[in-house]
Design a protein around this ligand. Structure first.
Ligand code: TUI
Length: 325
């Protein structure tokens, strides 16, 4: 099976999550320069903005990088058309089925990695020619599916022959090691990179992530069929109350419109939508993207070495931990 690093031309098998209104050329270039695959998030932006960011990224790095195309965006078709000629190393898709774009992306020499939240979609995109799939569990921030990373990853790994990248709930080297144990050949990480020094998200957003604890995320939008994980604040609580009262989808969309931008760009932590994964409680400080990547993989490597000791001796390396065999 293809290796994620070989497939993408990167040093570490890590892809940066495509965070709308947040992941721009600054973060993408920093992640790529740090040995991962940096990603520009198209979100709901038009093709011109994405093209400008691609060109800026090319000035900041010689390494491969990708673009995340959010398929619910009204500009998804236009962004794809632009990508066929800009030819970034990879395109990651989210929030839908990218089937109709895959052949043309591949003809342009672009690697295609759809985010999937079910085995059914993983199998469908693999048949359509996807190069790898990103199995994203509901621990992730933003728009999510139903299954957890722990349940989804091995089922997707069993169902397709292409490499699987695990996403959702990966917050340190233990998460990386666990993802590999579940059959993944790489990880996608979003929330951790929110606090990268090179991430241009508003200061208050970073502070709120750093202060968050394990139970601070909630999921809005279940009633409308578009669940979104975000940090609890006045906006999220009000939306949940409105949903319990039977708000219509149209009214819901109206209330949510512009709130991600308000949090990410203007630092509105009361009425903004502060999207975050469940691992926010593991994040303690701002660091360079390259440092985040190095630490993830040095921790994961260490766990692998310890694990070999555990399995051989039947005793935990640190003595007081539970025995595995
Ligand atoms: O796309 C994401 N996460 C996102 S997109 C986003 S932008 C946004 N802004 C405001 C409101 C809502 C979204 C924020 N976060 N993750 C990838 C992802 N894709 N997660 C789950 C899925 C998914 C779910 C169902 C992909 C495909 C799918 O099924 C489609 C089908 O047709 O079967």
């Amino acid at each position: 099976m293809a290796d994620i690093c070989e497939l993408l031309g990167i040093k570490y098998p890590i892809i940066q999550g495509g965070m709308a209104w947040i992941a721009d050329s600054s973060l993408a270039a920093a992640v790529s320069n740090g040995g991962g695959l940096g990603v520009i998030a198209a979100g709901n932006a038009g093709a011109d903005w994405v093209r400008d960011e691609i060109r800026r990224t090319r000035q900041l790095t010689d390494r491969p990088f990708g673009v995340n195309v959010m398929l619910m965006s009204p500009y998804a078709d236009a962004v794809m058309e632009m990508l066929y000629s800009e030819k970034t190393a990879a395109v990651i898709t989210g929030a839908g089925n990218p089937g109709k774009y895959i052949a043309k992306l591949k003809e342009a020499g672009i690697r295609v990695l759809p985010v999937v939240a079910s085995v059914a979609l993983a199998v469908r995109v693999a048949r359509s020619g996807a190069d790898a799939v990103i199995a994203e569990g509901q621990e992730a921030g933003g728009h999510i599916g139903e299954l957890t990373t722990m349940a989804l990853t091995p089922q997707v790994a069993d169902a397709v022959e292409i490499p699987v990248v695990a996403a959702g709930g990966i917050g340190d080297g233990r998460g990386v090691a666990a993802a590999f144990m579940l059959g993944a050949g790489g990880v996608q990480v979003g929330t951790l990179f929110l606090v990268a020094e090179e991430c241009t998200v508003s200061g208050p957003y970073k502070e709120m992530i750093i202060k968050a604890k394990d139970t601070d995320t909630i999921v809005t939008g279940r009633s409308t069929g578009h669940p979104v994980r975000l940090l609890k604040n006045r906006f999220a609580k009000e939306i949940l109350k409105l949903e319990a009262g039977g708000i219509s989808s149209a009214e819901f969309e109206e209330r949510c419109s512009g709130t991600l931008q308000a949090a990410a760009k203007n630092g509105d932590m009361l009425y903004g939508s502060v999207m975050s994964g469940q691992i926010a409680g593991l994040i303690k400080k701002e660091r360079k993207a390259a440092e985040i990547i190095e630490e993830l993989f040095s921790e994961a490597r260490k766990i692998y070495e310890d694990r070999n000791n555990i399995c051989r001796s039947g005793r935990s390396v640190s003595g007081d931990r539970a025995q595995l065999i």
